[in-house]
Write a protein that binds this ligand. Sequence first.
Ligand SMILES: NC(=O)C1=CN([C@@H]2O[C@H](COP(=O)(O)OP(=O)(O)OC[C@H]3O[C@@H](n4cnc5c(N)ncnc54)[C@H](O)[C@@H]3O)[C@@H](O)[C@H]2O)C=CC1
Ligand SMILES: O=C(O)CCC(=O)C(=O)O
Length: 409
Amino acid sequence: MSIESVTQDKLKIVLLEGIHASAEKLFRDNGFLNVITANKSLPEEELRQILKDAHYLGIRSRTQVTPELLEYCDNLEAIGCFCIGTNQVNLLATQQRGIPVFNAPFANTRSVAELVLGEMILLLRGIPAKNAAAHRGEWQKSATDSYETRGKTLGIVGYGHIGTQIGILAENLGMNVQYYDIENKLALGNAKPADSYHALLQTSDVVTFHVPETPQTQNMMDSEAFSQLKQGAILLNASRGTVVDIESLVNALTNRQILGAAIDVYPVEPKSNQETFISPLREFDNVILTPHIGGSTKEAQANIGIEVAEKLLKYSQNGSTISAVNFPEVGLPSHEGKHRICHIHQNEPGILAKINDIFSANRVNISAQYLQTDGGVGYVVTDIDQTSSEQVFEALQKIPKTIRARILY
Ligand SMILES: NC(=O)C1=CN([C@@H]2O[C@H](COP(=O)(O)OP(=O)(O)OC[C@H]3O[C@@H](n4cnc5c(N)ncnc54)[C@H](O)[C@@H]3O)[C@@H](O)[C@H]2O)C=CC1
Ligand SMILES: O=C(O)CCC(=O)C(=O)O
């Protein structure tokens, strides 16, 4: 498979799911004029149609990029996830098709941390249920099951960018912080690693999840895990909907084993704001239900729009794959007066030699070159002295195991 070079103004950029306008602006300011936006995720058939001739795709967490969908995307050069999670994209299938995937690993983390902190305080005071009752005209003035944060133990599962920030903020409220992570992590402030996942569940007053969606985190909070929790604990999940088994959560709420919960993510989420949200959790006043908005603040979304659009622009304009989540990372600086060709191929020995044989046979002088391989794919960026002729480009495309090649300038 290969692609022809298309002038920048004609490259089709599709930005879905209400990606912040900062992204579209950046593309347009850089001369990308064919930018199509939608404020929701699209149904399968519409998605296929719109992506059939698209070169760049921007999504958030709803759009599923499956191997089947990729069959329809012959021109797709790169994907930007305008969020942290990339579990909605089949990373192996995109890699095999020579499509780097980028994300914004930090920009919304503070927003999630602040939301979780606020929810935790409200839940410890029993506010969600009291608030719901007051809306119905009931007056529930009582201190029963109403607690300060001070002196309570917060258990953080997944001590990464979000988990660590929550730990620091919670310590400032006077909480004891412990965490569980599969990696050995530097403990910030006075936080302590728990002896095990179960030890954390058994000894925390509040448990909050900040893990990625992986096979290991699937139903990490199942009925067995719920049975380990302290009587009257509080549970929060703003990570992924597959992490907490909803039926087990419903049971724990029904038999009052836990005092309350805050859930931002669900196994199945509506595709747009027009769709009804269906969940057995809707009947519980002591559960804060939010529509996957942990990272949805103006600040975070504007920053993410710029960060991910910049990564896509760099890939388009100079071939940089730095910080791609599924691809060899190559970031060759631009060289004045030189011309750049990118070659993506299946990772097998001897391909670089074949590329260079073609340059040599055509008396093309290489001024800089970088090869990086990662798993199944190899990526070579080459700067040459003269503009590449059609003959050279065609020969590069015909090298066996080539996935795609691009002339950048
Ligand atoms: N609700 C929302 O709007 C948002 C949700 N998220 C979700 O939050 C997740 C976490 O975000 P970050 O903290 O930025 O990610 P991160 O990658 O910085 O941290 C994740 C941590 O989880 C740990 N981990 C992985 N598997 C684990 C397991 N089985 N048990 C225990 N620890 C495990 C990792 O070692 C890492 O330290 C993201 O992957 C995303 O799914 C992120 C942003 C917004
Ligand atoms: O803002 C979004 O659409 C998704 C946020 C999220 O879950 C993430 O960043 O991983």
